[in-house]
Design a binder for this molecule. Structure first.
Ligand code: F6P
Length: 365
């Protein structure tokens, strides 16, 4: 009989989750492993667990299918991150329950596809005897132990496409259009899409902004004959000396992370008030999380999934697959969850954007 491995997708969804599942199932089958999938993240491991028995046949079309056929959850019993740097201990009784399921099913290892929150839970679960292999997922690209998480490339592509479209309408009407993108406490999506999509101002959490600096940029463009301005703002961006903008719903509780958002509208209103320009806001939201992964995304998902199976074959547990340069390597999960990867305000990408005249709202006037 084949040995068995388990897989679950946890945290917010993103493009490419199914492509990872497919790679694990296929590479697993060629390595003599039967893959069982748990539904709804870690909750699916609680007894009575009813995992999905995967085989090749069920993987048709999965390379390009958005979302996750296993479902995912970023709230509930298994929520280990409630804010930047905050870590919560998941109830040990629940962890023991999930570990019992793992043992009863005779699993050799569990592949956890998730971001820092999910990998933090996985790390806690490993203390109950579960052999974990992690795959780094999140559109935010904020895991320090990898050069890229899967989902990021597709989210950037979606945001860039939105900027291309907004460019033409902003230009036609001579407007300021503010595009709010996701990214939590990191500005990677805003930075990459802002540069690729020809943004004029990019606001990210790592570089607090001032109104004067943003409006100076808008007016400088106006004087040079450019009557329109595209502003890309990361949901976690904030005014110098200010705070991040959050949704005023009772979800900033112990069982989930605080919900960021709303800064786009704030920025648009203030620009309109100070410059007299006609402004509009677009919140890209979950469009960044949906749909098929890009070509680069599919490739990364496939490589990550296959590498995860290779780690299981080698008996290397407590590890996460990771991209370093062009190579897939592995790093201890303990290290992967230690630090959030944030944009370096003095890094090459920011400096090169500034050299092109892109404003970050930090210029002293
Ligand atoms: O971490 C991924 C992410 O999409 C963030 O960019 C965003 O802040 C958050 O999840 C939104 O989560 P939810 O699915 O709860 O709206």
């Amino acid at each position: 009989m084949n040995e068995r491995i388990g897989i679950l997708t946890s945290g917010g969804d993103c493009p490419g989750l199914n492509a990872v599942i497919r790679a694990v199932v296929k590479a697993g089958q060629y390595s003599g492993y039967q893959t069982l999938g748990f539904r709804g993240g870690f909750e699916g491991m609680l007894s009575p667990a009813e995992p999905v028995d995967f085989d090749f046949g069920r993987m048709d079309g999965m390379l390009i299918r958005g979302g996750t056929i296993l479902g995912a959850a970023n709230t509930g019993h298994f929520a280990a991150k409630t804010g930047l740097g905050d870590v919560r201990q998941v109830d040990p009784i629940l962890l023991a329950n999930a570990a019992d399921t793992y043992r009863q099913l005779g699993l050799k290892a569990l592949v956890v596809v998730g971001g820092d929150g999910s990998l933090t839970i996985a790390q806690q679960l490993s203390l109950h005897g579960v052999n974990i292999v992690g795959v780094p997922k999140t559109i935010d690209n904020d895991l320090d132990a990898t050069d890229q998480t899967f989902g990021f490339d597709t989210a950037v592509d979606t945001a860039t496409d939105a900027l291309d479209r907004l460019h033409t309408t902003a230009e036609s009407h001579g407007r300021v259009i503010v595009l709010e993108v996701m990214g939590r406490h990191s500005g990677w999506i805003a930075l990459h899409a802002g540069i690729a999509g020809g943004g004029d101002v990019i606001l990210i959490p790592e570089i607090p902004f001032s109104w004067d600096s943003i409006c100076e940029k808008v007016m400088d463009r106006e004087k040079s004959g450019k009557k329109f301005t595209l502003v890309v703002v990361a949901e976690g961006a904030m005014l110098r000396g200010g705070e991040q903008s959050t949704h005023a719903v009772p979800t900033a509780s112990m069982d989930r992370e605080v919900r960021l958002g709303g800064i786009g509208e704030v920025v648009a209103e203030e620009i309109a008030r100070r410059t007299g320009k006609d402004t509009r806001t677009v919140v890209l939201g979950h469009l960044q999380r949906g749909g098929a992964p890009t070509t680069a995304g599919r490739l990364l998902c496939t490589r990550y999934g296959e590498a995860a199976v290779r780690l299981i074959r080698a008996g290397q547990f407590g590890q996460m697959v990771s991209l370093r340069g062009t190579e897939i390597v592995n790093v201890p999960i303990a290290r992967a969850i230690g630090r959030v990867r944030r944009v370096d305000p003095d890094g090459e990408l920011v400096l090169s954007a500034k050299a092109l005249g892109i404003g970050f709202g930090d210029r002293l006037t």
